[in-house]
Design a protein around this ligand. Structure first.
Ligand SMILES: [Cu+2]
Length: 290
């Protein structure tokens, strides 16, 4: 009787495996063949956006390293699970495998191993963080970034193209500001906020930093690819947080200089630091155009 039961169980198991394969295999094939070129490119970068700065590639290396570490730990753990499931599986209905409550060497291993993993990841994270936040002695450009509810003011400080003056561009939630940068020339950002905490983020920099009232945060990047990139606030800062968007334009030097001259011609001279100088304290009408 028990033989018949086991046979039936085996047959049931086999049928279930077949059903799972029949459902999963076509789904997997469909998912793989359905990938567009963009998706494949994005997968190659492990989900990161196109990297547009040289500091971004350092963070990319940390990202890839972390995935490799996670992969190795995953393979090791899955291997142990599979080994335990197969080696110590219940073989018949009468006997159950030995029930063990604890195993000291294994307890020690899975206490110490995570500590080592965290320490190694912490070391590399700190090393990368120090590198990307390193002060650049003599950057080609200095841009003061003011994040205010609910837009950005970008001031280009002491640029030769405008006779060493400061010129600025300011946005509103209805009219997004542009941040112009020169390909291959290092720029240092100084981040200021007159109101609440914002976060200055252009995903393609693979880098973001909080903009904190009463504090001057700073970092430098060297754009490596001309083009237009999205920028946004990455800190929930209030009602119109989602409209704190901007466009990063990485251009050549001539186009950059011409843009600064346009700003000066428009009378946008100076480096405004607070909401009271900007046009961004808006009512609902300005946003919706009512
Ligand atoms: Cu914000």
């Amino acid at each position: 009787m028990s033989w018949t039961l086991t046979e039936r169980k085996k047959r049931l198991l086999r049928a279930r495996r077949l059903a799972v394969t029949a459902v999963c295999l076509p789904a997997l094939l469909l998912a793989l063949t359905g990938c567009s070129e963009d998706t494949v490119d994005s997968l190659k970068r492990l989900g990161l956006p196109v990297i547009a700065t040289d500091q971004g590639s350092q963070i990319y290396e940390l990202w890839v390293g972390s995935w490799i570490a996670a992969g190795l730990v995953g393979v090791f753990v899955w291997g142990l699970i599979l080994y335990a499931a197969i080696r110590f599986r219940r073989r018949d209905d009468d006997e159950i495998p030995a029930q063990v409550r604890y195993n000291l060497p294994i307890e020690v291993l899975y206490t110490i191993a995570p500590l080592i993993i965290v320490a190694v990841l912490f070391f590399f994270t700190l090393e990368t963080q120090n590198k990307v936040l390193e002060t650049v002695e003599d950057p080609a450009h200095e841009v003061q970034v003011v994040g205010q509810q609910w837009s950005w003011t970008f001031s280009y400080l002491g640029e030769e193209a405008v006779g060493g003056q400061d010129v600025y561009d300011v946005g509103t939630p209805a009219q997004l500001p542009e941040l112009w940068l020169v390909e291959g020339e290092t720029v240092t950002f100084t981040l200021l906020s007159p109101d609440v905490i914002h976060s200055f983020w252009a995903p393609s920099f693979i880098m973001k930093l909080d903009v904190i009232p009463g504090r001057e945060n700073s970092f430098s990047v060297t754009p490596t690819r001309a083009g237009e990139y999205a920028g946004r606030c990455a800190e929930l800062c209030g009602w119109l947080h989602a409209r704190m968007l901007f466009t990063v334009k990485v251009v050549d030097r001539a186009a950059f200089d011409a843009h600064l001259q346009d700003l000066r011609a428009a009378g946008q001279v100076g480096a405004p630091k607070g909401g009271e100088y900007t046009r961004t304290t808006v009512g609902k009408g300005e946003v919706t155009g009512e």
